[in-house]
Write a protein that binds this ligand. Structure first.
Ligand code: ADP
Length: 191
């Protein structure tokens, strides 16, 4: 099994690229954002509790996403590995993910980080709001808060992974296909 983190600020294209990469390399794509939105759509108690946090652009509690991910890892069979998207988002989540994988004879093999300019991020999120209807994409104040939360809580994971020699930056500017090509080339080196 080979396990990748796809990383980058909100609007960097993680979700779009993950779907394509998971298909190409037979990886299970695990997006905590998608899982949380599915809870909200299904009207579960958990979804109800998380929706106001998400609509402000804040992070939901670590335990919530860790539990979701653990359940998915254990119920997945027949794939070449996992592609984690939007998780981990804090150093504590990263440590928990490592523990979870180590306990199952796996590790985080590579962290692919999409680098995108700030103005391009805001532009993409505003454009996405029109199609997705996501409340956290519609409000410029919430968009800026999500980028700030990323810088404060999520970016420190890059240093953590750099120390472990698994950090791989990728240019996230350009067309979807260009970026897909760059990410695929990095993944192929390991698969
Ligand atoms: P984006 O790709 O735009 O960053 P996501 O779909 O990954 O958005 O996540 C949407 C929201 O869901 C986040 O702003 C946050 O509130 C919540 N969320 C998703 N994943 C996590 C996580 N690993 N830890 C905490 N909160 C999360």
């Amino acid at each position: 099994m080979i396990n990748f983190l796809i990383f980058g600020p909100p609007g960097s294209g993680k979700g779009t690229q993950s779907v394509k990469l998971a298909g190409k390399f037979n990886l299970r794509h695990l997006s905590t954002g998608d899982m949380l939105r599915a809870e909200i759509t299904a009207g579960t108690e958990l979804g109800g509790k998380m929706s106001s946090i998400m609509s402000k652009g804040e992070l939901v509690p670590d335990e919530v996403v860790i539990e979701m991910i653990a359940a998915k890892i254990d119920s997945t069979k027949g794939v070449a590995g996992f592609l984690f998207d939007g998780f981990p988002r804090t150093v504590a989540q990263t440590e928990e993910l490592e523990k979870m994988l180590n306990a199952r004879g796996m590790k985080i093999d590579s962290m692919l980080v999409l680098d995108v300019d700030h103005d391009e991020l805001v532009k993409r999120l505003i454009a996405r709001a029109e199609q997705s209807g996501r409340p956290d994409d519609k409000d410029p104040v919430v968009i800026e808060n999500r980028i700030d939360v990323y810088k404060a809580k999520t970016e420190p994971i890059i240093d953590y992974c750099r120390k472990q020699g698994i950090y791989q930056p990728v240019n996230g500017m350009g067309t979807i296909d260009e970026i897909f090509g760059r990410l695929s080339r990095e993944m192929k080196k390991l698969i």
